[in-house]
Design a protein around this ligand. Sequence first.
Ligand SMILES: C[S@@+](CC[C@H](N)C(=O)[O-])C[C@H]1O[C@@H](n2cnc3c(N)ncnc32)[C@H](O)[C@@H]1O
Length: 133
Amino acid sequence: MEQASLQFIGILHGDIKSRADAPKNYSESDRTGILEIYPQFRDGLDGIKPGQTIVVLFWLHQSSRDILKVYPRGDKSRGLHGVFATRSPVRPNPIAISELKVEAIHGNKLEVSGLDILDSTPILDIKKKISSR
Ligand SMILES: C[S@@+](CC[C@H](N)C(=O)[O-])C[C@H]1O[C@@H](n2cnc3c(N)ncnc32)[C@H](O)[C@@H]1O
């Protein structure tokens, strides 16, 4: 099977310490935290401004990777769905995508709001949010 190698660009510092305490998604969260970007990637932040919404990809390091069917939001009344039809954190490659508001920037640290992600989760990438058509 083909494989890829990734490098984490940083780490999240936040106050969400357990899945039970985590909002189900960023669209229903006002939780704040800090994206610490490692110094070797600092230049990649140039152009990001406070007030902007960014798209952040996380590696959900505590997720199961061997589950392909889930009950969305744990709701059995909805029946089993394939993970690729959901935003479940469990999936073969546990990548999360969250749209976060940049509240402030301090060097290589971005203060953000809208978190649905656990403290100490590795960061894979940051992208500009595409403007809607
Ligand atoms: C449903 S996922 C959605 C993530 C992302 N916003 C997305 O749509 O791809 C959010 C849930 O992932 C779980 N989670 C967050 N950080 C995690 C981590 N590092 N490892 C495993 N599960 C995590 C929490 O239970 C949280 O409620």
